[in-house]
Structure formats: C-alpha cells, structure tokens
Design a protein around this ligand. Structure first.
Ligand SMILES: [Zn+2]
Ligand SMILES: [Zn+2]
Length: 380
C-alpha cells in the first residue's frame, strides 16, 4: 500500500478520524483505549517530521515524532498501532514551541467544553463569552487564571509578581495548553509557597499588609521588638538560591543580628524550610506572633502587647493597613512611626532635602539617627 492510499484509508480503519490535507484529527480507539488526537505530516506522503497531538480529557500531550521513532517501512497504520509506546516514550516532553506555528483548528468554545474539569478547577465563561476564568485549582484554591477570548490574552492571574507569566503563557495558542502549563507552574511553585506558608502562620508578618496574596514574593516580619526580617524571593522556581534576607531596625541591633545571620547562612539546612532555618540561626523556638494571637515571645521577656500608635499621625493602621514599625537608634526613645508618615514628614521639611538622603536622618522627636534601613520599607 502506498503512503498516499494509506493516508486516505485511515478513516476506513478509524471512522472517528477526519483527514484533510496533510493532517488528520478525531477520536480513535486503539487496543481498547480511546484517544482524541491530531496527526500532521508536513512532508506527506513521507512520515518524516510528523507530529502527533494527543488531547486527553484535561490535558494535551504534544509529541513530535523524531525520525528515529519511525521504521523506514512504516505507514501511518504502524504509527497508530504503536501509538501507546510512542506516547509513553515521549510522555515527559513539554509543549514544543513548533506547535505554536500551527493555526488553531476548530472552535475555541468547543475547546473550552473539552477542558471542562470541575474536579481540577472551576471554569467560568462570562455572558458575552469573551473571557474565561479558571479558579479554585485543586490543592491551590487561591489561584486563578483569566484569559480573553478568542485572543487568548492573559488578563489576570495569581502567580507571583516577580516574573512575566503573561508572556510565557501566551506563547501557547491553545487554551488547553495554557491551562496545563499554568497547573504545571503551580506544581513547580510549591516550594515557593510552602516557604511562605510557615512564615504567614507562625510569624507576625507586618508587610505586605493584609490580605497577603499569592502574588507577593516577599514578607517583612517581626524578629524581636523594633527589629524585623525582610525576606524577598526573586526567583520563585529557586526560592532558596534566590532569597535575600535583610534585618531592619535600630542600627546597633541590626549590626549584631546581621553577623548572626551571615554566620548562620553558612550552614543552611537544605532539608528545612526558610522559617525553620531562621529559627535555628537566631536560636529561637518561636518568632513573635501578632498581638491577640497569644503573642509568643522568643524568650522570657514578653514583647510589648499594646498596639503602639505612630507618633506622627497618631493612628495605628493606615488605609493600606500599614502599621508603625520605624524607630530611631536611641534605646530611650520608644516612639515609632509609619514609614510613609516619615516620608511625608521629611518632604514637608523646609530645607527640601531629598527623602532618600534624609532617610538616614534624625528622629523627628529625639533627633537621634533613624534606623538606616527604613527607606527599604517603602520599596514595595
Ligand atoms: Zn503614621
Ligand atoms: Zn527617637
């Protein structure tokens, strides 16, 4: 049988297949299993560089058959007969960029119907059918992905801000592939989120101000009275390798603790998460907890349980939820300020000096040097 005949006769053997031009698509039953697939033979009637696209109920697999997969005398029937082995062999293959050059065939709404998977995520289509939103992903409840139709532009998502996800996701010109990739990201980001979970649950996180979202890649939390740790993870796929840890507080305390931290970082235990490593480094059983949650101090000395007001605006919470955490280097001066109130305060000073240069300036009340690191509190 010639290759040409072979191609045309394919639907006779597999009635679910529709052959058009150099591609065939449809549903086939092979060795008792059903597959929804598409085959492209760009060099038809040769099988060289053939591509196989498998649509499973909730995911797509894309396989580019390499020439070594194919026996020289193979016809398409042989490809179909060996489908299971071929898919198995290529099961680890990620989506191949070559696929993106293909014009999407079929109807986008049909595709939406095909990826409806209530056990994996909620799928909502707006009334105008111009936007689809995936949310409440299994094991990742807070995550969501919103895609405009039919352009497949990502308009909203829940992934960390420190990376341009839109660009990556929009490389796929199939909705199913986008969602699959999104779910893959969620898996890959597990360690990133796990590291923050313990900090959120077992520390007094003062920034970002609540609600902390899945998009935040940093935390500022209490180490001890007037002293804070700022953790930033810049590469969410490599949380430990890319993390930065800063101590923020009165200069003297910061200097001591910074030494403890840099010594401790040298024997970081890769088996433990960031939270547990920090407890080890600072020789603590617990980090201080928020007021009202029992406020577990690190030692015998209880940490102040009262909410201390900002001594510029006399409020505790600002509109954005910010609380006063900046203090000066004078241990006798117990006044604290909101970072943003200090910024405003300095801006109104008549000498008009630039804020950043005066961030190394003096406490508005006792005139002692302010903690050197507080400008950083305004960065985010
Ligand atoms: Zn204030
Ligand atoms: Zn002061």
């Amino acid at each position: 049988m010639s290759q040409c005949e072979d191609w045309k006769k394919l639907p006779l053997r597999y009635p679910g297949l529709i052959v058009s031009g150099t591609s065939a698509r449809g549903t086939v039953k092979i060795k008792g299993k059903w597959y929804r697939l598409r085959i492209l033979c760009p060099q038809f009637p040769q099988l060289q560089n053939a591509r196989l696209e498998l649509h499973q109920p909730h995911q797509n697999k894309f396989v580019r058959l390499s020439n070594e997969d194919l026996q020289p005398d193979w016809t398409l029937h042989d490809v179909m007969d060996n489908l299971q082995q071929l898919l198995q062999k290529h099961s680890e293959l990620p989506l191949n960029d070559h696929w993106n050059n293909e014009t999407p065939t079929g109807n986008i709404y049909q595709e939406i119907a095909s990826i409806y998977a209530p056990e994996k995520y909620h799928l909502q289509l707006n009334d105008a059918c111009s936007r689809v939103r995936f949310s409440k992903f299994a094991l990742n409840e807070k995550h969501y992905l919103q895609v405009e139709l039919p352009t497949l532009r990502v308009s909203e998502h829940s992934l960390p801000d420190c990376f341009v996800w839109e660009e990556q996701l929009q490389k796929y010109n199939k909705l199913a592939a986008m969602v699959q990739q999104f779910q893959k990201y969620l898996e890959d980001l597990q360690q990133f989120y796990d590291n923050f979970t313990d900090i959120d649950e077992l520390c007094y996180v003062v920034q970002p101000t609540a609600p902390i979202s899945t998009k935040h890649n940093w935390r500022l939390f209490v180490l001890r009275e007037r002293v804070y740790i700022k953790l930033v993870i810049t590469d969410p796929f490599a949380p430990i390798a890319s993390m930065s840890l800063r101590i923020i507080g009165p200069t003297q305390a910061v200097e001591e603790l910074r030494r403890t931290l840099s010594d401790g970082l040298r024997d970081w235990d890769a088996e433990l998460d960031i939270h547990k490593n920090l407890l080890r480094i600072f020789d603590l059983c617990y980090f201080p907890m928020p007021p009202g949650s029992g406020w577990i101090g690190s030692g015998d000395e209880p940490i102040a349980t009262d909410q201390q007001f900002c001594n510029i605006c006399y409020a505790y919470h600002l509109d954005q939820g910010e609380i006063p955490i900046v203090s000066c280097d004078n241990p006798q001066c117990t006044l604290i300020y909101h970072a943003s109130c200090l910024k405003e305060w300095f801006n109104t000073l008549t000498d008009g000096r630039d804020f950043l240069s005066v961030s190394f300036g003096a406490c508005p009340f006792c005139k002692t040097k302010l903690s050197t690191s507080f400008a950083e509190l305004l960065e985010n």
